[in-house]
Design a binder for this molecule. Structure first.
Ligand SMILES: Nc1ncnc2c1ncn2[C@@H]1O[C@H](COP(=O)(O)OP(=O)(O)OP(=O)(O)O)[C@@H](O)[C@H]1O
Length: 255
């Protein structure tokens, strides 16, 4: 008899200490297949550290992270990272490689070559022209570079997409457009997505589940609807107050 389907991602009492600093403090959490999670919280609350325990850019001091029921600590790093899309703010495109080569870097590391038709398909997914494949990264705008970062993260058809402040450096219009695009891809490709963001309004508008971190712990785990309705406790409501006050001030201007 087979047991229940394992969670897409499970953190079991995960802790990470850097010397005297406890960055992540005994976090237990299950992320189910197809969820879009936003991880919010003030600077230094442990969001990035928790996210990085999944692809083992950070090794936990205690606890385990299970990906589809498998302990990530027991998986060979290349195989683990091939199955996880990872987008981060500084993107990290290789300057001496063109866009197509950057998108295919994962395949190249595995000794394979991403077919140019696949590169074109990935560029179209992020609303870039296929001809962009031949450009160098320094010939792109910041928004275009970040789109290439998303295309690269999706190149190997991952089931899990991790994003660490993916749109943090973008202007608000580009940020909004790319966020909506990623949400569309999340649904269309059947991804499970976890996004770290400072921006509560971005979290409320994109995610179906918002986790609030404070001093290494998850202090709220709510739907956007519940947060907007005032649930989640003090820290969460402190963050929700920012977009709420902005919306009220904008409404004042319209009167
Ligand atoms: N490699 C490291 N060495 C030492 N301390 C670290 C390291 N990485 C993170 N920390 C510390 O761990 C704590 C949590 O950091 P983390 O980057 O996870 O927070 P965050 O919520 O993602 O912050 P931000 O939103 O500013 O990126 C901070 O006190 C930070 O200084």
């Amino acid at each position: 008899m087979s047991g229940p389907t394992p969670s897409a991602l499970l953190f079991d009492k995960v802790a990470k200490r850097f010397g005297a600093v406890t960055a992540v403090d005994a976090v237990s959490l299950a992320v189910e297949d197809g969820q879009f999670i936003a991880l919010v919280g003030q600077s230094g609350s442990g969001k990035s550290t928790l996210l990085k325990t999944v692809n083992r850019l950070v090794e936990p001091s205690e606890g385990v992270v299970l990906l589809g029921g498998e302990d990530v600590a027991g998986l060979p790093l290349p195989a683990l990272r091939r199955n996880i899309g990872y987008v981060f703010q500084s993107i990290g495109l290789f300057p001496h490689m063109n866009v197509g080569e950057n998108i295919g870097i994962g395949a190249q590391i595995s000794g394979e070559r991403l077919p140019s038709a696949r590169v074109s398909e990935l560029l179209e997914m992020v609303e870039l022209e296929p001809a962009m494949a031949l450009r160098q990264p320094d010939e792109l705008s910041g928004g275009q570079r970040q789109r290439v970062g998303v295309a690269r993260a999706l190149a190997n058809d991952p089931k899990l997409l991790l994003m660490d402040e993916p749109f943090g450096a973008l202007d608000p219009v580009t940020r909004d457009a790319l966020g909506m695009r990623v949400l569309d891809l999340h649904k269309r490709l059947g991804l499970t997505s976890v996004m770290v963001t400072h921006d509560m309004s971005e979290a409320l508008l994109l995610a179906d589940r918002v986790l609030v971190m404070d001093q290494g712990r998850i202090v709220a785990d709510e739907t956007p609807q519940a947060l907007v309705a005032g649930e989640g406790g003090e820290v969460a409501q402190g963050l929700v107050a920012v977009p709420r006050h902005q919306a009220e001030r904008l409404a004042e201007l319209a009167r």
